[in-house]
Design a protein around this ligand. Structure first.
Ligand SMILES: [Zn+2]
Ligand SMILES: [Zn+2]
Length: 396
């Protein structure tokens, strides 16, 4: 498991085998130490072994009927991205990229999924330690992303370690209690409202977790999320009116913190076991998303989800692209968000008396599109695997 300074995990796409993505692996020769085999394989497959070994699996693992035993290592990549080159002599892979732990488990086929979850759990502590201690002197290139994203990934790994059985969204008891209290709380307080607006909703996982809990506890009556994202989309349409790239980039950036991360609700809850289980059930959200998917799939962000071709960048990745100096068509993007807003307003209205039933699947899809645009798509992809298309363009 090769990670970078943002706790993202290296995966590469197999040339054979239906475009499966996996971590680098290889054979240990007779008489060879496992560590030496690791360094040799990295050099052979990726052209560099500039890594720091952070941990070694306690035991030997296997994941399929072939019952090949595996020794796992966690290693931090210290080199430059440009040094990573897929072997041309006897290539096994034709593309590579860094993914979050959620994406990794979503990408893994059923035969590897449990093994990957086990390894994420076993390596969670060394990853967290490494991210805390990481000095830029260790690295050829400084970390690119904000600490915010990093924090999110660490939280996620933490949640995975504690709750391997907590479903694809890794919802903890404490989170359910917090969200349940919040959605039954009459109205959003002014302070919470402000925090939600300036942060553009929640962090990626909490955005989908909130909607999942709202869907399952209120039986689909998610008027709170609908009206929140109506407000946020209005803010987005305003932000895109700014007349230069720098201004737009600044306006789209989040301020403050995710409300649920800030509250840090812990793992315990007051609700009964039955209520917790009901609230964590991802099925209502999955059904809702599936039923409207023809209307939101074209809004999926190709940088969030592997295999999406076409699509539209989410807010984070729009900021990234602006930061890289590209010039996306902002007027076009503003028009797209305006259309989304109109559909979402219709959905929000459908919760009022006299307007029940005015919404169609395209209106309900706008809620999915709005959340994906604000916070990102990877948790939804874990819930509702979107098939990776082998022909999709990737870095290689
Ligand atoms: Zn959060
Ligand atoms: Zn994205």
């Amino acid at each position: 498991m090769l990670i970078n300074s943002e706790a993202k995990i290296f995966v590469a796409r197999r040339i054979d085998g239906d475009g499966d993505w996996q971590m680098p692996q290889g054979e240990i020769y007779r008489g060879e130490a496992p560590r030496d085999a690791l360094l040799r394989e990295l050099r052979e497959q990726l052209n560099t072994n500039n890594v720091k070994i952070l941990a070694e699996s306690q035991g030997w693992h296997s994941h399929d009927l072939a019952a090949l035993r595996q020794k796992w290592f966690l290693a931090l990549f210290r080199g430059r991205e440009g040094d990573l080159k897929l072997s041309t002599d006897s290539p096994e892979f034709d593309a590579w990229r860094w993914v979050s732990s959620v994406e990794l488990t979503a990408l893994a086929g059923p035969s590897k999924r449990q093994l990957y979850l086990n390894m994420l759990a076993e390596f969670a502590d060394p990853v967290i330690d490494a991210m805390r201690l990481i000095g830029t002197s260790e690295l050829a290139e400084p970390p690119k992303r904000t600490s915010n994203l990093l924090h999110r990934d660490i939280l996620l790994i933490d949640a995975e370690r504690e709750r391997l059985d907590a479903g694809p969204l890794f919802i903890t008891d404490g989170e359910v209690n917090f969200i349940d209290g919040f959605i039954h709380d009459g109205s959003i307080g002014a302070e919470c409202g402000l925090q939600l607006m300036s942060y553009w909703g929640y962090c990626e996982r909490h955005a989908w977790v909130s909607l999942a809990v709202e869907m399952s506890t209120l039986h689909g009556f998610c008027s709170r999320s609908a009206s929140l994202y109506v407000d946020i989309l209005r803010q987005a349409v305003d932000a895109l009116e700014a007349n230069n790239r720098r201004a737009v980039e600044k306006q789209l950036a989040e301020n403050g913190g995710c409300m649920i991360c800030t509250a840090n609700p812990g793992r315990r809850g007051l609700l009964s076991g039955v209520e917790l289980a009901q609230a964590k059930d991802p099925l209502p959200l999955r059904n809702f998303a599936e039923a409207s998917s023809p209307f939101w799939q074209q809004d999926c962000c190709p940088r969030c989800i592997i295999g999406v071709s076409g699509g539209h960048l989410c807010r984070h990745h729009m900021i990234e692209v602006l930061n890289e100096g590209a010039a996306p068509d902002l007027a076009d993007e503003r028009q797209r968000l305006m259309n989304m807003l109109v559909r979402l307003e219709n959905y929000a209205w459908s919760f009022s008396w006299g307007f029940r039933g005015i919404d169609g699947p395209e209106d309900r899809a706008a809620l999915i599109s709005a959340i994906g645009w604000c916070s990102g798509w990877s948790s939804l992809a874990a819930l509702l695997p979107l098939p990776p298309s082998p022909a999709s363009p990737t870095r290689s």
